[in-house]
Design a protein around this ligand. Structure first.
Ligand code: AMP
Ligand code: FE
Ligand code: FE
Ligand code: ZN
Length: 274
């Protein structure tokens, strides 16, 4: 039965609440989803509860935004203990950094002549894991730009004038934290980060999987990452990276699924670890 191991809710930059996400998953015929909000685990319980009502299994997950000197790497954590104190302490620090960063982005936008206030962003994002997509939505709502693409091209892309970085873990720190919280660390959409040569170091730190199936990945990319996973004895995962309607991404739940066999391997790894 099909699964989607990469989804976002309103607890990060998705546009559906955890309950709506699960309902959409059921409607799309999915039997398992992983909720993997950016730097946040607060939607997991609601998603799991809703999942029990409609027969969708919800794997507790997270997607850490991390960086090293060369690139931004996203590290997924599956079957994470979302009550783990060390995890929650780090998330609080990351979330605080994300909130402060919105103030700085807004200041830069104001200097560029854009009429926007922090509350325009926080009324969309809440104060858990606000990010650039929320700023983009606020800019569209204010009429300052016509589209997501324009918001990123003109203001928010890392080369654009209102870009502000935020506090991020190093990839190896995120991997260790996920493991400490009983989770399985997986390198998300590796082609975006373009640093395959770092994979051996990540594996040494405890990386256990590669996200091989991802929207827009061509057959040769998939084969490349399947081979890399095999070489390092890594689990293979995949998903849509669903962010919901109005999120700036077109893909829908059910458009890309992974088979049970991969989910079972992930589950077996989790059971072995406990
Ligand atoms: P943040 O973590 O706040 O820096 O925001 C990163 C998120 O912004 C990514 O996960 C994407 O969902 C989105 N994003 C980044 N670059 C673009 C872009 N050029 N166009 C649309 N969305 C983007
Ligand atoms: Fe996102
Ligand atoms: Fe990501
Ligand atoms: Zn994602």
């Amino acid at each position: 039965m099909p699964a989607d191991l990469h989804t976002h809710s309103t607890f990060s930059d998705g546009t559906d609440s955890p309950e709506e996400l699960v309902r959409l998953a059921a409607a799309a015929g999915l039997t398992t989803i992983a909720l993997t909000d950016h730097d946040n685990v607060d939607g997991i319980e609601q998603a799991a509860e809703a999942g029990r009502g409609v027969g969708v299994e919800v794997i507790p997950g997270i997607e850490f935004t991390t960086e090293n000197s060369r690139a931004e790497l996203h590290i997924l954590g599956y079957f994470i203990d979302y009550r783990s104190e060390p995890l929650l302490a780090v998330l609080q620090k990351v979330q605080h950094g994300r909130v402060k960063r919105i103030d700085k982005i807004v200041q830069k936008l104001n200097k560029l002549g854009v009429d926007i206030e922090p509350s325009d962003v926080f009324s969309i994002s809440g104060e858990k894991a606000p990010g650039r997509p929320h700023v983009a939505r606020a800019l569209i709502k204010r009429g300052a730009v016509g589209s997501f693409k324009e918001a990123f091209d003109r203001y928010l892309d890392w080369r654009a004038p209102a870009y502000v970085p935020h506090y991020k873990l190093a990839p190896i720190e995120a991997i260790k934290l996920i493991k400490e919280a009983g989770g399985i660390p997986v390198f998300a959409h590796p082609a975006i980060s373009n640093c395959d040569d770092l994979v051996p170091k990540l594996v040494e730190a405890g990386l256990r999987g590669l996200e091989v199936y991802y929207p827009g990945y061509y057959r040769d990319m998939i084969d490349h990452y399947l081979a890399l996973a095999k070489k390092h004895d890594l689990l293979v995962t995949g998903g849509t990276d669903f962010h919901g309607e109005g999120s700036g991404r077109e893909i829908k739940l059910g458009d890309l699924t992974v088979p049970d066999e991969l989910v079972d391997k992930l589950k077996n790894e989790h059971l072995r670890g406990n």
